[in-house]
Ligand binder design. Structure first.
Ligand code: ZN
Length: 463
């Protein structure tokens, strides 16, 4: 009987893993990589953790599973300016790998996978991950498993240490907690499919990109944490049963954080696509009032005159953004007729690519949503999606100012890149099979190995 353990390492780029494995500082993962196949895997775009882990667990892209970000944006209501509610497991439009395995009668164990709250009823055990609300009462299945979670910490809790040694200590404790819960479950039962995600690396690399990702010193707290993480992976694998095959993947990689902001709505405004509404006073006063409302936790109403606006822009995630046509029938106060959408959409993409004002944002590409995505959730996405250059963040601000300006955020010293990693050992995956790998392939490969079909999968199995 084939068994499979999938280990997830949030934010572990292929480039980073290759360096770390070669340095001998993560011997367990390095040995598994040497024994099997190891290579880069493409993240969905934008490479947001919630979207990418949902792609990993469903085998499908964003247009099919429908998770783009941490929050839902109701474009029809111009809700990109309001925070929107957090996404949850009910928003995922497709069954996950463990749902399919459960339906096939296999026993599953899932720990800390993002966007799993509220916990689904599975044939086995599920402990929810990222976006589990504090004190949430549906954080595990079956509910009786909660007795093993008394000491378990779901996520980094405030105050998050601002120093590297303090943060690494906390992340080490989190990893130890996941190992403890997994070991407890594996001591009582042999599972067919295990899926355990460690989210610590992502937290570390955002804040300490240089020290932990770009150039980790052998004697640094970051290196000690990464060694502990490697031991935790080994511990989970040994407890699961070393006769099992192993897949390791990440959701995205890391690169340097943003230094410039691209104010996409200022570009649209100058080109005549977007018109500001009178904010009832000078713009500076408006900004002050909005600041107060933000402090009070209310949304930020847009100073936009929708009756004279053909399109608006929004950030999707960091250097990925979108342009939405203010289409009648689609948007609450839409003015663009359906016959005009296509030509307007093409003009907007051309504006992004060809504008001298946008040039410093180094727009890499601008594509229609239909070019990038397929599936029923495609129409929830902006009409045009684009990628700005490295070290750029897309901003929705519409007030006066340059189209591209300087940006600094000490919490964002590292940012996501769309290059994740894939590692397969014990499944007979040959290294060449990973050429052109994408995160969609993980679920397809797992389903094939475990011997059940993955009907919705877009991914190609590596075996
Ligand atoms: Zn992530």
């Amino acid at each position: 009987m084939s068994r499979l353990l999938i280990l997830g390492l949030d934010g572990f780029g292929y480039d980073f893993a290759a360096r770390l494995f070669a340095s001998g500082r993560m011997p367990f993962l390095a040995n598994r990589a040497a024994a099997g196949a190891f290579g880069p895997a493409a993240s969905p775009l934008p490479p947001v953790s919630t979207a990418a882990w949902t792609t990993i667990s469903t085998g499908a892209g964003i247009g099919r599973h429908g998770i783009v970000d941490f929050r839902r944006r109701e474009l029809a209501e111009y809700a990109f300016v309001a925070p929107g509610r957090l996404v949850n497991s009910g928003d995922v439009r497709l069954p996950r790998l463990y749902d399919l395995a459960s339906a096939a009668g296999l026993r599953v164990f899932v720990l800390n996978l993002p966007v799993t709250y509220p916990a689904a009823a599975v044939n086995g055990i599920l402990v929810t991950g990222l976006l589990t609300p504090p004190g949430g009462d549906r954080a595990c299945w079956p509910p009786e498993f909660r007795k093993y979670l008394a000491e378990y910490v779901f996520d980094l809790e405030d105050p998050i240490p601002s120093d590297l040694p303090g943060l690494c200590r906390r992340l080490e404790e989190l990893a130890a907690g996941r190992l403890r819960v997994a070991t407890e479950a594996f001591r009582r039962e042999r599972f067919d499919l295990g899926l355990v995600v460690f989210t610590g690396p992502d937290r570390l690399f955002h804040r300490f990109y240089e020290e932990a990702y770009a150039a980790p010193e052998p004697a640094s707290p970051a290196a000690a944490y990464l060694a502990a993480l490697d031991r935790a992976c080994e511990g989970v694998y040994e407890a699961f049963g070393a006769d099992a095959a192993l897949l390791v993947c990440s959701d995205h990689g890391f690169g340097p954080g943003p230094r410039r902001a691209f104010y996409v709505n200022r570009l649209l405004k100058r080109a005549g696509f977007l018109t500001s509404a009178s904010a009832g006073g000078p713009y500076a006063l408006h900004v002050v009032l909005e600041g107060f409302k933000k402090l009070l936790g209310r949304g930020r109403p847009l100073p936009v005159d929708w009756a004279r606006t053909a399109a608006y822009g929004l950030p999707l995630y960091m250097r990925w953004g979108g342009l939405v046509v203010n289409a009648s029938g689609e948007q609450r106060a839409g003015i663009v007729s359906s016959a005009e959408i296509t030509s307007l959409r093409d003009d907007l993409a051309e504006l992004l690519r060809g504008s001298a004002e946008a040039a410093p944002a180094a727009i890499q590409w601008a594509k229609t949503r239909e070019e990038l995505y397929s599936g029923p959730a495609t129409t929830d996405l902006p009409h045009v999606v684009f990628e700005a250059g490295p070290e750029v963040v897309v901003s929705e601000a519409k007030g006066p100012g340059p189209v591209v300006g300087p940006y600094a955020n000490p919490q964002k010293r590292g940012e996501h890149t769309p290059q994740a990693l894939a590692l397969a050992a014990g499944l007979g995956v040959v290294p060449e099979a990973l050429a052109g790998a994408a995160l969609e392939d993980v679920a397809a490969t797992a389903a094939k190995w475990l011997g059940f079909g993955a009907p919705a999968a877009e991914g190609k199995p590596w075996i």
